[in-house]
Design a protein around this ligand. Structure first.
Ligand code: NAD
Length: 477
């Protein structure tokens, strides 16, 4: 019997329930697995007060003590990995092995930022005798953060890790469809002795909560991961109140496959990565631009492999790809495939929903799509691979850059000269060559163009949660 989490709000160091609730569904069978309390205005006001008080305490806590608490909580999350992973698979659908890896990845984000908070160095600017100029990095204040449903534990980890390591307090609104990962994070920090009010967790109608929290004191930073459309709207609201933002938004990752690599190996690697999280990843490899001489071999292997991907319940050990997380993804994918078909694209694998209970959709391969088809322009956020031939690297780079997105981009090549062209020519925050991994804890992750603003992880991640203060100090007056 799989155990799902108790669903509660966490405000001012206490767990709260509510009278109004939202159902949480298992996407594999559409059954209701829990009811999530909705935060009332009184809950949100309590969270704002708690975050204000929490900031006073936490910002004065030494970096070493902050790191200690973060690492203690992370050790608890590692101990509870199986329990957290089971909750994630129940509410999100992903295969249990991928859920376990997600928990470990979330822990790595915490561990990395805990280390970084010890290294948030300022600097001393050379000065004449009798005066010093010192630059300090100080925590920005309380953060309003919004995390999405595709990685229920590792997405909120990014935001909580950055805020807490920097010395900020945080009000996190995690995804209502997949609340358990964030609840487990709050539980671990509660058990690890985090002072009350430093971390607060709420749920509800997303727009109502963001509209209420963002303009108010003590919020000083808005951190969001989700679609470009919502990111723009939150950025607009934050701008009205002159509050900075950290925005991790949509992508439509190109993969350039050059003719100097083995097309079979490139295709096999690509299918495995495309199936991860059923393609519901902002960095998922999606637009494949393959040089003509290897186009047929690449596409043939890709299609053969795609057809072997076993779709099913995430708890079945033979499952390689779970259901989509919600019915909206099914509708979105069906519309993209239909549009591509109507424009003459070849549907080489998948293309239609599997069954009618649970949100199952096969790994779908479309080839020879016109550039103006919807799938080539809109982020599919699902198991859709689009394969098109190109004549040259230059053409591939031009097409890769042709969308307003710029999050992750990939290429397969052994040529140093081509890597040089890609490094200089690709418009994206993350470029990966001969690997489809776009980010790890120690590298900065984020987008350019409409894919967002700011970076999470790496040495850069904490800077967004901090403000720079210059102190000029004359020794005598
Ligand atoms: P959506 O844009 O409505 O929601 C995306 C996320 O933002 C959800 O978690 C939602 O709860 C939250 N959200 C929506 N409106 C909000 C608001 N006003 N204030 C605060 N949070 C708000 O779309 P969706 O159907 O849930 O997801 C589909 C799209 O979202 C995808 O096409 C993809 O572009 C994007 N998405 C991106 C990521 C990512 O990692 N960048 C993750 C999940 C979803």
């Amino acid at each position: 019997m799989k155990r799902y989490s108790d669903l509660q709000l966490y405000i001012g160091g206490e767990w709260r329930t509510g009278t109004e609730t939202l159902p949480v569904l298992n996407p594999a069978d559409e059954s209701v697995i829990g009811r999530l309390p909705i935060a009332t205005r009184a809950d949100l006001d309590a969270a704002l007060t708690a975050a204000s008080e929490g900031f006073k305490v936490w910002s004065r806590t030494s970096p070493a003590n902050r790191a200690e608490v973060i690492l203690r909580a992370t050790a608890l999350m590692r101990e509870r990995c199986e329990e957290i992973a089971q909750s994630i698979t129940l509410e999100h659908g992903k295969p249990i092995g991928q859920a376990r890896l997600e928990v470990i990845r979330g822990c790595e984000f915490f561990e990395w930022d805990a280390g970084e908070c010890l290294r948030a160095y300022g600097r001393v600017i050379p000065s004449e005798q009798g005066i010093s100029y010192i630059v300090l990095h100080q925590p920005i204040g309380a953060v309003a953060a919004f995390s999405p449903w595709n990685f229920p534990m590792s997405q909120p980890s990014r935001k909580v890790a950055g805020a807490l390591a920097a010395g900020c307090s945080i009000i996190l609104k995690a995804a209502e469809e997949t609340p358990a990962g964030a609840i487990h994070i709050a539980r671990a920090f509660h058990d690890a002795g985090l002072p009350a009010g430093v971390l607060n967790l709420v749920f509800g109608v997303p727009k109502d909560i963001s509209d209420y929290l963002i303009p108010r004191e003590p919020i000083r930073l808005v951190a969001f991961t989700g679609s470009t459309a919502v990111g723009k709207s939150l950025t607009g609201l934050a701008a009205q109140h002159m509050k900075p933002v950290l925005m991790e938004l949509g992508g439509h990752a190109p993969v350039i496959v050059c003719d100097d690599v083995d097309p079979v190996e490139a295709a096999v690697t690509s299918v495995t990565r495309k199936a991860r999280n059923a393609g519901q990843v902002c960095t998922s490899p999606t637009r494949f631009y393959v040089q003509k001489s290897i186009y047929e071999a690449f596409t043939r292997t890709f299609v053969e492999r795609a057809r072997t991907i076993r779709v099913g319940d995430g708890f079945d050990p033979s499952t390689q790809m779970g259901p989509l997380a919600n019915h909206r993804r099914i509708e979105a994918l069906e519309a993209l495939v239909e549009d591509a078909r109507a424009r003459g694209a070849r549907v080489l694998a998948g293309g239609d929903r599997l069954g009618n209970r649970g949100y199952f959709f096969p790994l779908t391969v479309l080839a020879d799509l016109p550039d103006d088809s919807r799938a080539m322009r809109e982020e599919p956020f699902g198991p859709l691979a689009l394969i098109n031939p190109v004549d040259s690297l230059e053409e591939a780079i031009e097409k890769a850059n042709s969308l307003p997105f710029g999050l992750a981009a990939y290429a397969f090549t052994h040529s140093a000269q081509r890597v040089h062209c890609l490094t200089n020519g690709i418009e994206a925050g993350n470029l990966s060559i001969n690997t489809l991994e776009a980010s790890v804890a120690q590298t900065p992750f984020g987008g350019v163009k409409e894919s967002g603003y700011g970076r999470e992880g790496g040495a850069e991640g904490l800077t967004h949660y901090m403000v720079i203060k210059n102190v000029s100090h004359r020794m005598a007056i």
